[in-house]
Ligand binder design. Structure first.
Ligand SMILES: *Cc1c(COP(=O)(O)O)cnc(C)c1O
Length: 220
C-alpha cells in the first residue's frame, strides 16, 4: 500500500508483460480523500491525478497546482453536459465521453477554444443498464459521429462489472481499441491493475491502494 509500492508493482507488471518501463501512466485517484493524503503523494513527487467530480476537483486543484507546479489531471467520473466547460478548463484528459450530447458540447467548446483535453470514450463492456458508457455494438457509429464533429478520441475506457472477473472486459476493450486504431486504454483499478497492464492498459486508475480506503463511498 502507498505510492512507492504501487509504482513498484506497476514496473513489475510492465516487465512481466514485456512492455517498456514507463509505458503505463499511473493515475492516482484522489476523489474524496482527505487533503493531507493527497499532499503527501504530491510531496513524494507524483504529478498525475484523477478526479470524479468536477466541482470537487475545481475546489482543490487550482491551489495545489500553484503550490506544487504542473499537475496532469484526469476526469474519470460521469460528466454532466452543463459542467463540460468547467471540466475542459480544468482537466488534461476526460475519460468519460459516453454520449452524443456530450460529444456535441465538447465539439463546440473545442471550436471556441481551439483545443480540448485528451478524450477517451467510455465503453459499457458489461452492458450494465445502470452504468454509463457506449454499448459495444454502438461504438463504431459513435466514433464515426465524433470524428464528423472534429473530435479525435485517443482511446477507450471501461469499468468492468464489480461482481465479475475483469479479464474478458479488458481483453474486449483492447480488441475494440485495436479495431478502431486507438492507442489509449484506460482500464484497471486498485484490485486489478496488474491484469489490465497484462492486457495493454496505457492508463490505470488507482485510488484506495495508494491513498487508503475512501471515507465515504463514491456516488456511482
Ligand atoms: C474511484 C474510481 C477508481 C479508483 O478506484 P480504487 O478501487 O479506489 O482504485 C478508478 N476508476 C474510476 C472510474 C473510479 O470512479
Amino acid at each position: 500500500m502507498g505510492l512507492a509500492d504501487i509504482q513498484a508493482r506497476v514496473r513489475a507488471a510492465e516487465r512481466a508483460a514485456g512492455r517498456a518501463e514507463g509505458s503505463v501512466r499511473l493515475i492516482a485517484v484522489s476523489k474524496v480523500q482527505p487533503p493531507e493524503r493527497v499532499e503527501a503523494v504530491l510531496a513524494e513527487g507524483h504529478r498525475v491525478f484523477g478526479e470524479n467530480y468536477v466541482q470537487e476537483a475545481a475546489g482543490k486543484w487550482p491551489a495545489w497546482r500553484e503550490r506544487f507546479g504542473l499537475v496532469e489531471l484526469h476526469m474519470i467520473g460521469p460528466l454532466q453536459t452543463n459542467k463540460a466547460k468547467l471540466a475542459v478548463d480544468l482537466f488534461d484528459a476526460i475519460h468519460t465521453l459516453d454520449r452524443p450530447s456530450l460529444a456535441q458540447k465538447l465539439a463546440s467548446l473545442g471550436q471556441a477554444r481551439g483545443a480540448l483535453p485528451q478524450l477517451f470514450v467510455q465503453v459499457n463492456t458489461g452492458e450494465e443498464p445502470q452504468k454509463a458508457g457506449v454499448l459495444p455494438a454502438d461504438l463504431a457509429g459513435f466514433l464515426k459521429d465524433c470524428r464528423a464533429m472534429d473530435l479525435s478520441p485517443v482511446g477507450l475506457m471501461c469499468i468492468p462489472p464489480e461482481d465479475q472477473d475483469a479479464t474478458p472486459h479488458f481483453a474486449m476493450l483492447a480488441q475494440m481499441a485495436a479495431d478502431h486504431g486507438l492507442t489509449g486504454l484506460s482500464m484497471g483499478m486498485s484490485s486489478d491493475f496488474e491484469t489490465a497492464i497484462a492486457h495493454g492498459a496505457t492508463h490505470i486508475r488507482v485510488g484506495s491502494a495508494i491513498f487508503g480506503a475512501r471515507s465515504y463511498a463514491p456516488r456511482a
